[in-house]
Design a protein around this ligand. Sequence first.
Ligand SMILES: [Zn+2]
Length: 392
Amino acid sequence: MRLRPGLDLLWRAPGEVQIGTDPRWAVRLSGLSDVEVDVLTAAEPGATLESLRASAARHGLAPERVEVLLRTLDEARVVCPIPPRPSSAGSATLLSGAVGDARAWSAVLEDGDGGAHVRARSARSVGVAGLGRLGLQIAVVLAAAGVGTVLLQDDDLVTSADLGVGGYLPRDVGSSRAEAAHRIVHDANATVRTRAPARSEPDLLVLVEHGAADPARSRLSMAIGIPHLSVVVQEAGVLVGPLVVPGATPCLRCVDLWRADVDERWGVVVAQLAARTRPHGPEESSLAAVAGSLAAAQALAHLDGRVPTVRGAGLEVSLPEAVPRVRSWSVHPDCGCGAIPLPRRDDAPSEITPAEIAPAEIAPAEITQSEMTPFEFTPPETASCVGDRGRA
Ligand SMILES: [Zn+2]
């Protein structure tokens, strides 16, 4: 066993040590002697319990007392197993950037093995279509996070409006977006593959579009049965989602049908948006960065086997604040996409017709931050209460 990697050990007060700072799992140990405080605050995050025992022995702590301390740490859920060594040398090495990912996931995951979590992404494959600033941001984050294959698709050329976010350089202007993105994605992860073996399908397609999701493209994605994440760049906002798992979650046609229920001419509007052939407008800097990273995080949730927020929902990111708002959709009864109907979420803003839009009334989503007071632990006998992980 070892201390959970990524959790700092901090002196709080005489006889008191805090482990971790995130309110989800932070705990404080009180009733400690000065020597016990010294032993704990000198330990490195991720140190093995064996090394703690050795340190305690050097400081002259009685073995029985050391075992009481270690039991308390275990009850506080700030220790986890030492992960087995990766079986193959190729997967044993984490890229320098992914080491940070592994450290953070070690704090989040019950087994504390963030390294295995990140290494598993090397077998995953994602296609990103649409490589403006936002799409390139998505591709770079996925590659840096350890995704093994990132397929890149865009027939346009890099323009000066593409610079500044994502990674295109001035010398890329006029060259193929896909080729420049290929180089940039490799800079983020030297081992990433940008071509897939023949007859293989990606685990997820990310479709970055402008104005509206193209219904023809949506139908194609449904027909081939590949999960796809829609990202639509709008006039001064971006809609990230829904992530569609064909046959299991509301599809993009469901979203259009709900919109058409309140705006009978929506079909006419979306057809024009999808058919536009003139170059898209530039993508605003903060929206490209925020929405690109949000889309990548949602894609990673899907690839990691979790249920992302945007299954049956979208994250609306709009100027001026770029604070995400969640809107949700259920399966539309007229769609026939085969998905199991899901209840609409209470926090979903209702669909609005253009005449009803009132920008002055659009407020940023409320974010509440609970005050962080670590749960208290006292080593002798009575410890029982820990952070959220322990209460679950
Ligand atoms: Zn549908």
